[in-house]
Design a binder for this molecule. Sequence first.
Ligand SMILES: [Zn+2]
Length: 632
Amino acid sequence: MASFPGCVRSGFWAALMVLALGAAFASDGTAAPAAQKTDTAMWDLSDLYPSPEAWAAEYDEVKNEAQRLDVYKGSLGAGAARLLQALDAVAAVNKQASRLFTYASLKADEDLSNARNQERKQSAGALNTLIGEKTAWLAPEILALGQAKVRAFEHENSGLATRHDFFLNNILRAAPHTLGLESESVLAAAGDVLQQPDSIYGQLANSDLPYPMVTLSDGTKVQLDQSAYEKYRQSPNRTDRKLVFDSFWGAWKKYESTDGAILSAQIMGNVFLAKARKYDNALSAALFPDNMPEAVYRTLVAQANAGLPTLHRYFGLRKRLLGITGELEYYDVYPTMFPSRNVPKFSLADSERLTLAAVAPYGEEYVGLLKRGFAGKWTDPLPRPHKAAGAYMNGSAYNVHPYLLLNHNEDYGGLSTFAHEWGHAVHTLLTTKHQPYEKANYSTFVAESAAIANEMLLNDYMVAQARTSEEKLYYLGEGLESIRGTFFRQVMFAEFELAIHEEIEQGRPLSGARMTEIYCGLLKKYHGDAQGVMQIDPAYCIEWAFVPHFFYNFYVYQYATSMAGAAEFTHAIEHEGRPAAERFLTMLRAGGSDYPYELYKRAGIDMASPAPYQALIARMDRIMDQIEAVKR
Ligand SMILES: [Zn+2]
C-alpha cells in the first residue's frame, strides 16, 4: 500500500514510494545554468569512500575490529574507565559499519541489476549481523551490574555521563522485561518462527493471489494488481471505479479465512511475546522501545473520533464537488475533486526554489543548511532503468552528510516528496551538528513530523501564491486529501490494530470473518454510514486484508501523531513566528538524546493531550472554509 506521504521503517531511514521512469544525465563538464545543474546532478559517493577498493579495505579492517569486541565481555564491572572503553569501542565499530552499509546500500540502489553491488550490500549486512553477535552479551552484562553501580560509574566518569547515559538508561529501563538467560535464549530461538506470518502474507499478497482482469468503459483491459488498483480507483468514471472496487475486493474476499489465519498468527505472536516479557498488553510492549505513554495512542484514537464531524464534512464537500446525486460510496473517495487541464509541473530547480521559499519561516540556520544540501552532490534525483524505486533520505553516515534518493516526477506529489525528504535531511544535519554519534539516532515519531511539517508549509505557501482560483483549489484539495489519508485513515487502522489485539488478549477467537466484522464497524463509523454521509457496501470490508502494516506491530499510529504534531508546530510557526520555529528546531537538534514524547513536551506540545489532534482537525476545517469561499 503506498498511500502514505512518507514512511520511515527504522531510525535514520525515510522511504516513500513515487513513480520511476526514464533517465537523464549530464556529461558536460562546463558550467551549466542553475536549473540544468540541479536537474542532472548525481550524488557523489566518494564522500564516503574514494573507490570500491577503498570500501573493501575498510570493510576488512572494521570486520577485524568487530571480531575483537567480545574481549570486553565479563569485564564491565571492573570500573568506570573499562565500561567507557568498551562502549566507545562498540560505538566506533557501529559508526564505521553504518558508513560502510550506507555506501553499499546507496551503490546497490543506483543499479539493482548490478550483481557486484548487490553482493557488497549483502556483505555489509553480514557485518551488522556479526556486530550483533559479538555484542549480544553487552546489554545483559550492563543489566547485571545494576542501576546503583552504573550510576556510580557515570558519576565517576564524564564520558559515560555525557555520551552514553541515554544508552545506559535505556538498557536499565528494560530490566523488568528482561528474563533469565535460559528464557531469553528460548525467545531468541523462537524469533524466526514468529516472523513467518509476515513472510506468508507477503507471498500471498505479492505473488500468489490471483488478481482479476477487468475491461474498463473505454475498452482497456487491466489486470488489477495492487498498483493498478491504486491507479484506477481514481478514475473519473464512476462505473469504472465501482468495477475496480467490486473486482479487486472480490478477489481478496475469497481469501478472507486464509488472510484471517495469517494475521491472527501474527497477533498471537505479539501477544505471546508481550506476556512472556511481562508487559500489561501487546500495545505497551510495542510502545516500550520509544518509552511512549499508552495515553498518546488512546488520546489519538479518542481525538480522531471526536473529529469525525470534520471528516464527514469533507465527504459532504466531496460529494457536492463530484456532482454525485444519491448515495456517496466508498469508491468515491479517490478521484480528484478539482480536475484540471493545467496540472502544474515542477522541475527539480522549481522544487528547490519553492521548498526554500516555503521553509523560510524556520529562519536562517535551516535555510542555510538546505542551501548547503542543494549545492552538494547528495542526491540521485531522477528515474532511470534499474534504479531503486521510491524516495528516501539516508543519514546513517554520521560524520559525512545525508544522501537522498528520489525518482522525481514533475507533479505536485513529486514537489511535496522533495520537501518531505529534505525535511529528513535537515533534521539529520541539525542532529549531527548538536549531538554525538551515540545520541544521533532519532525516532520515527519525531522524524516524520520534521518531514510532514515541510509538506504543510509548502502546501500553505502554494495556496497563498496561487494565481488563479483553479490553482488555489488544486492545492487546497491536495492538502485536504493528505489529512484524510495520513491522519484519519491511519487512526482507523490503529483502532483496528488495537481491537484485534484485544480480541486475542481477552481470549476470544479471531477469524477472518470476525476481522471483517470489526473493520466494517470502523469503516462505517469513520465514513458516517449511520449519519447518511457515505454508504459502506459490506463487500469492501475485506480491505483490512490488503494492509501490510498490520504486520508491523503498532507502527501506523506514528503517521497520524506525526501529522498532528506537525500541524500544531506549523500553525504556531506561521502565527507566532520565530519563538515557535526555535522550539521546533530545538527538538530536531536534540536528535536521539531523549525519548520522542519528552522531546515534544520540551517543545511545548503534549502528545498525550488533545491539543495537537485538535490543531490538525482545525487545519482541515480551515482548508474546507477556503475551498467553500472559492466555490460559493
Ligand atoms: Zn518520511
